[in-house]
Write a protein that binds this ligand. Structure first.
Ligand SMILES: Cc1ncc(COP(=O)(O)O)c(C=O)c1O
Length: 390
């Protein structure tokens, strides 16, 4: 008999929303106008100056591997960005360019987690985190979080859940799926709590830049030893270019470089050259306009959903998601999503994709569609609620 697939691959769950997406595509192919609020990427295409830089890089023959840590010029540009946005000085030597934030997650989990060891993660949270931990034969200790703690781990929760196998905590600010942000003080106390246990604090800052009416603090403002994951996908609008970065303490860099060399050799060369254009004033002003557009969308969709009876107890300050409690309508979130897809041709994501904690009562809406499409979506939601028999 053929050898079966590894236990680790079998333990990894698919995105549940994929089943809905397949159905959405069928409906679309049959000519229906499907509104997609399930998609976790900006609807905007990459800004023109970045595309132009990418094209120029291809024409100039920048089509080979780069150093495993990434292009020195890009690492310096990112260090300059930390200085300018957060007022923190980061040695470019501490920055590794990775294939997406996903590549940074792969490096950090490979570096920090031995078999049988765990990181604390908030539930709900980004599902791939626990799968990366599983891949390195470690695990996730899911900590249920709700509106009372802004859907984020706190120092107190870290304290209460830390056990002999815990080696770190991973938080995201702004978070997916809830959009909540950790303050500088909260980051500092999480840092103290993990440090007391000689553990690591890993902060996913992938949605930085996409905060509304405020700027998110970087953990690097308060903790030089933290590991930071970031990405060109979301604020910089480069999902398909597969580019991100990891900031690590100096003592970790040599081992991370070794892992990078072996795991993927380097991040895409042309994408790195293109990303050099991200930090030009011309590009940043386009990105800031887009941020303002996301803010308008949130300011429309949040009250509209609350008005319809969705429970969104805390105002999300960032990312482009609204995580909504559907208890008021009864029934299960997956069936609820299916109902809206079949009857209203509206796609959004069931809570099950983000963890276990009250997942059957929650759904996530991504406001990665234009305002007119969101207005149409709200009309469909209002109508679909009338025919929902939870
Ligand atoms: C919280 C979070 N972290 C990491 C990622 C990975 O993104 P990428 O690999 O495109 O940077 C995502 C993507 O949706 C995310 O939501």
């Amino acid at each position: 008999m053929a050898h079966t697939h590894s236990a680790r691959s079998r333990a990894i769950e698919p995105f549940h929303v994929m089943a809905l997406l397949a159905r959405a595509n069928e409906l679309q192919a049959a000519g229906h106008d499907v509104i997609h609020l399930e998609i976790g990427e900006p609807d905007f295409t990459t800004a023109a100056p970045i595309v132009a830089a990418g094209q120029a890089a291809l024409a100039a023959g920048h089509t080979r591997y780069t150093a495993a840590r990434g292009l020195p010029a890009l690492r310096e540009a990112i260090a300059g960005f930390y200085q300018q946005r957060y007022g923190v000085t980061i040695d470019p030597q501490r920055i590794l360019i990775t294939p997406g934030g996903s590549g940074a997650l792969l490096l950090a989990s490979s570096l920090l987690v031995d078999p049988g060891k765990h990181w604390l993660l908030a539930d709900p949270g980004y599902p791939c985190n626990r799968h990366f931990l599983r891949l390195v034969e470690g695990g996730a200790q899911l900590v249920p979080v709700g509106p009372d703690v802004n859907y984020q781990l706190t120092a107190d929760l870290v304290e209460r859940h830390w056990d002999k196998d815990t080696v770190g905590a991973l938080v995201a600010s702004p978070a997916n799926p809830t959009g909540t942000v950790l303050s500088r003080d909260q980051l500092a106390s999480l840092s103290r709590a993990t440090r007391e246990h000689h553990g690591h604090l890993v902060v996913d800052e992938i949605y930085h830049g996409l905060t509304y009416g405020m700027d998110a603090a970087s953990v690097l403002e308060v903790d030089d030893e933290a590991f930071v994951l970031n990405s060109f996908s979301k604020y910089f609008g480069m999902t398909g270019w597969r580019l991100g970065w990891l900031v690590a303490p100096p003592s970790a860099v040599a081992d991370l470089e070794k892992l990078a060399q072996n795991l993927y050799i380097s991040a895409p060369s042309m994408a790195q050259h293109a990303a050099l254009a991200c930090f030009q004033p011309e590009t940043l002003s386009i990105l800031e306009e887009r941020r303002a557009e996301f803010a308008r969308r949130r300011d429309f969709l949040l009250p509209a959903l609350r008005e319809l009876g969705f429970g969104i107890a805390v105002e999300p300050q960032g990312a482009f998601y609204l995580y909504a409690d559907i208890s008021a309508f009864g029934g299960d979130a997956f069936a609820f999503c299916r109902h809206f897809l079949e009857t209203e041709h509206l796609a959004f994501t069931p809570g099950l994709d983000f963890g276990r904690h009250l997942a059957g009562h929650h759904v996530r809406f991504a406001y990665t569609q234009s305002l007119p499409r969101l207005e149409e979506a709200v009309q469909r939601i209002a109508r679909g609620l009338r025919s929902w028999q939870g």
